[in-house]
Design a protein around this ligand. Structure first.
Ligand SMILES: Cc1cc2nc3c(=O)[nH]c(=O)nc-3n(C[C@H](O)[C@H](O)[C@H](O)COP(=O)(O)O)c2cc1C
Ligand SMILES: [Fe+2]
Ligand SMILES: [Fe+2]
Length: 387
């Protein structure tokens, strides 16, 4: 069985996008991304979300084939972001009898995105409302801020399917092989990461449902033992580290801070640290650094001073960590300066904005190049990190 054949009545009509370079104009997706859309064929026919404008032709063709001459009664909109909702107006024009089903908040936001007058065409639903399609019945569950405020999910009780919107999504098209955990984690922390609280609320609601299949808006349909995926979401949304380990993120102009970062990694390994991951912030994909910062329990920030501040690649990371509510981790600082080091103070000012951070008392200051006399400070920092 593949993701497309998990049900006779629920058909996959989503699209792979391999030509996109940056998802949300920011995240590298070397293996593409999928925009998922589904059809439920019963006495009534429901389209479950549309796709990004980049996949128009593909989706319209799959919709036509899937409908096989029937007309849709409903278009259920779980999320109004354009990577899913772009075709609402087009579908409404194609099928004048079709009703759009969405949260009240989504209905209120629709005029911002479309020119059509949807009066008489929409059904605003609330928590617990049900929609019968015949044997299939949808129950709507509000999931505000599981990416955007208007988001809802729906539960189909006859086949026990959760349509989970962006939740449980991942980067990567469906026709490639990759590791679900890695690309789902990078997707989660960069896209939904700020909203751990709302995700926890949704997980609590979902715990009361008997779910056999999860149909997200990106990535594969999840079937079989769902506890692995739900367990990851529990860990991620509660800001718990997934693994013990140290991420060393460094921003170095002339390579000396980089040398210190590598030396610290060596010392940590000598002291028995099993997982030490180094990232050169000038070259690494920032979304991958963010993903790994959240994955592991400890983070070292090492940076050159720059114009009375910190070298910009580090500031970029710090801004993102603050925005994504990075928390509940041990953090250590290494700064470098040639006439008046300022990187440490600036890095600390960002770290001070984060909650539940255990900041190592030692901050290592390197004056231009790493000297033998600096090694004891790095040793001390390593001890504090591993304590
Ligand atoms: C544009 C520029 C601005 C800098 N500003 C400062 C500064 O404000 N304070 C300071 O102590 N060093 C400053 N430096 C020196 C760097 O911090 C220096 O590269 C660092 O001490 C050596 O580490 P690195 O080899 O990892 O870059 C600056 C360097 C450059 C190129
Ligand atoms: Fe979204
Ligand atoms: Fe999305």
């Amino acid at each position: 069985m593949n993701h497309i054949d998990f049900s006779k009545a629920i058909r996959y009509i989503g699209c792979d996008d391999h030509s996109i370079d940056l998802f949300e104009n920011q995240y590298k997706v070397p293996k593409g991304i999928s925009y998922n859309s589904y059809l439920i064929l019963d006495e009534k026919v429901a389209i479950m979300d549309t796709v990004d404008r980049r996949a128009s032709q593909d989706w319209l063709e799959k919709l036509r084939q899937g409908l096989d001459g029937r007309k849709p009664d409903y278009l259920v909109v779980h999320h109004l972001e354009p990577d899913h909702a772009y075709h609402i107006q087009l579908a409404a024009e194609l099928y004048p009898e079709m009703t759009i089903v969405a949260s009240a908040k989504a209905v209120a936001m629709m005029p911002q995105f479309f020119t059509m007058d949807f009066t008489g065409r929409v059904m605003a639903v609330q928590e617990g409302d049900k929609l019968s399609l015949g044997q299939h019945e949808l129950t709507f569950v509000m999931a505000p801020m599981v990416h955007w405020p208007e988001v809802m999910v729906s539960y189909e009780s006859s086949e026990k399917v959760l349509f989970s919107a962006d939740g449980f999504g991942k980067f990567g098209a469906l026709d490639i092989d990759d590791n679900w955990d890695d690309e789902a984690r990078r997707y989660y922390f960069n896209i939904v990461g700020k909203y751990g609280g709302p995700v926890q609320t949704l997980l609590k609601k979902a715990a009361g449902l008997d779910i056999r299949t999860i149909c997200p808006l990106h990535g594969p349909v999840l079937t079989g033992d769902l506890s692995h995926y739900i367990g990851k979401y529990q860990t991620w949304s509660s800001y718990q580290p997934e693994e013990d380990g140290v991420v060393i993120a460094y921003a170095s102009i002339h390579g000396n801070t980089e040398k210190a970062a590598h030396k610290l990694a060596e010392i940590l390994r000598q002291k028995g640290a099993e997982q030490v991951r180094l990232f050169d912030l000038s070259r690494s994909d920032k979304s991958e650094v963010v993903e790994n910062a959240f994955r592991y329990s400890k983070l070292v920030l090492a940076a050159s001073s720059y114009d009375g501040g910190v070298f910009p690649p580090m500031e970029h990371l710090l801004t993102t960590l603050v925005s994504k509510m990075y928390q509940n981790r041990r953090v250590a600082l290494v700064e470098n300066g040639s006439w008046g080091p300022t990187a440490g103070r600036v890095m600390k000012s960002y770290v001070d904005k984060l909650k539940k951070i255990d900041l190592c008392p030692t901050m290592v200051t390197i004056w231009s190049t790493l000297k033998d006399k600096d090694l004891s400070a790095l040793e001390q920092l390593a001890e504090e990190l591993l304590a």
